[in-house]
Design a binder for this molecule. Structure first.
Ligand SMILES: Nc1ncnc2c1ncn2[C@@H]1O[C@H](COP(=O)(O)OP(=O)(O)OP(=O)(O)O)[C@@H](O)[C@H]1O
Ligand SMILES: [Mg+2]
Length: 499
């Protein structure tokens, strides 16, 4: 506390004030007026201009009550609160001023910590709400997706069979259009299953984030370069990669993440603009950032960007891109931030855990056709007669002979009697599931490969599955090409055969 008389001369001092302001008693006491003391103090605060202007009202009105907070420079910065008020005697005459100082350093720190804790709580809550929302939508969507995969399998199989036997050009064009539409639907379902999946597609491996980023940028050239050129515009893409760095994850999934984000950036630029793609690394995280100068998002849109089916692009968008991105990044134990301002642009940053060690080349394990029997005898097990029928015809197209069992029990009977090179069974069937069929088959003849067909997509958790019972998982719907490759792969996996 300091007090001054009516003429502004120092009248009394509480010695605590010296320690609080980090000054020696002489420094204050040798200055006898409030003006000179304030001049001296202004050089000891972090923001002298703010300090001076808080005293400005006193020049207009000597009786003003002032309240301010300033930080004192010193070994440790202190926050000081000051209350400055006029004093009057019993007759109401002005007799001076009093200035009460309090050290609020601790209070300030507590306030800051409270605000930080609140922010963290809010972020955690937002994340929780987000994953709850995804879980709820995911549960409904994955059931729908499962049924659609079965139906689309029949549609696609029939179309592809017809395409093989149709020569009429007009009819082929229609079939092609139908095939394209069915494949689009398959893709939408794959994306739904992608964001509802909990575990990564494969075991995460160390990979060079820079090369995946460059690859994604290259792959998207038709979108960010060719398409704008075609409409007489230009999107400038700046690539700024740091030193090689290893992140932990699945390369094909990360490519998908980047492609979705880059595509959104392109779609947010109606005419010309630029996209800056950069990477960086801290001790715990590798990050990739895509910043565009597009239309940006309002806060409402930004909050819903990861919601499945949320789109502002009408019929052109499915609203699944960022949900897939979110699902993949979460499964990688990473995080993602979206900053955006309407009219200015958007910055999306993906953080991934860093990996130690060397880059592991991801090998595609696909045996060549010549490695396997040209004509195999296959037992198809599916309770849905129509699907089984299409499958048999598709297998025939690939040069294989197939027989159908409509239930697990029937399958075991047929398997015991026949001589099959491969069993292709549906997973979800009443009474006896595909897994039980696989177990029974392996008991009779362990060397016969079993491929499991599932409408639950590639996301089916292989962890629950006994590797010795199931040799291959094949997501529905299957195209001719995939079916032929899968049969080849399953046969190649089986015990050595005479060629
Ligand atoms: N870079 C961006 N700039 C502006 N808005 C964006 C950006 N990225 C996403 N958005 C907004 O978020 C919405 C959801 O994005 P998301 O990628 O999930 O779906 P979509 O792009 O609409 O459709 P899809 O990706 O399935 O084709 C978009 O419709 C758009 O409003
Ligand atoms: Mg999108």
């Amino acid at each position: 506390m300091l007090s001054f008389d009516a003429r502004g001369r120092l009248a009394s001092v509480d010695p605590n004030v010296f320690r609080m302001l980090g000054v020696s008693p002489e420094d204050v006491l040798k200055r006898s007026t409030d003006q000179s003391i304030h001049d001296f103090l202004k050089d000891r605060v972090t923001d002298p201009n703010a300090y001076i202007s808080s005293y400005e009202p006193l020049r207009q009105n000597p009786y003003a009550v002032l309240e301010d907070v300033f930080a004192v420079v010193g070994r440790e910065q202190r926050a000081v609160h000051r209350h400055s008020a006029p004093l009057f005697d019993a007759d109401g005459d002005f007799v001076g001023r009093v200035e009460v100082y309090s050290d609020i350093t601790k209070r300030r720190a507590l306030e800051k910590a409270a605000v930080k804790a609140y922010e963290q709580l809010r972020t955690t809550q937002e994340q929780l709400v987000q994953s709850e929302k995804l879980r709820a939508v995911g549960e409904i969507a994955s059931g729908v997706a499962h049924d659609f995969n079965n139906t689309l399998g029949i549609v696609l199989g029939n179309i592809q069979m017809l395409l093989r036997s149709t020569v009429d050009e007009a009819a082929r064009a229609r079939l092609k259009a139908a095939e394209r539409a069915a494949l689009d639907a398959v893709d939408t379902i794959r994306r739904i299953q992608d964001f509802t999946r909990m575990a990564p597609r494969d075991e995460p491996k160390p990979f060079d984030l820079n090369s995946i980023v460059s690859e994604a940028v290259d792959m998207m050239k038709p979108a960010w370069q060719d398409a704008p050129h075609a409409r007489g515009a230009e999107i400038k893409l700046d690539l700024d990669l740091t030193e090689p760095m290893l992140a932990l994850g699945n390369t094909s999934e990360m490519r998908e993440v980047l492609i979705n984000i880059i595509l959104n950036a392109v779609q947010a630029i109606p005419n010309s603009g630029s996209i800056a793609v950069s990477t960086g690394c801290s001790t715990a995280h590798a990050w990739a950032r895509i910043a565009d100068t597009g239309i940006g998002m309002t806060e409402d849109v930004r909050k819903r960007v990861f919601d499945p089916f949320f789109t502002t692009r009408g019929m052109e968008g499915s609203g699944l891109g960022m949900s897939v991105v979110y699902g993949i990044v979460r499964r990688h134990n990473g995080s993602i931030s979206v900053e955006s301002e309407p009219g200015k642009g958007t910055i999306v940053t993906v953080f991934l855990p860093v990996a130690e060690g060397k880059v592991v080349e991801q090998e595609i394990d696909r045996p060549s056709e010549s490695d396997v029997l040209a004509r195999a005898s296959i037992l198809v097990v599916d309770d849905e007669a129509m699907f089984a029928e299409v499958l048999v015809e598709m297998l025939a197209e690939c040069g294989h002979a197939a027989a159908v069992a409509h239930s697990g029990i029937e399958a075991i009977e047929m398997f015991k009697k026949g001589n099959f090179d491969l069993v292709l069974t549906d997973l979800g069937m009443p009474q006896m599931s595909g897994l039980q069929v696989a177990e029974a088959v392996k008991k009779v003849k362990p060397e016969t490969p079993v491929a499991l067909l599932t409408g639950w997509g590639a996301g089916l958790d292989r962890g629950d599955m006994d590797e010795s019972v199931v040799d291959l998982v094949l997501p529905k719907p299957v195209s001719l090409e995939n079916l032929s490759a899968a049969v080849a792969a399953a046969l190649a996996k089986s015990a050595p055969r005479e060629m």
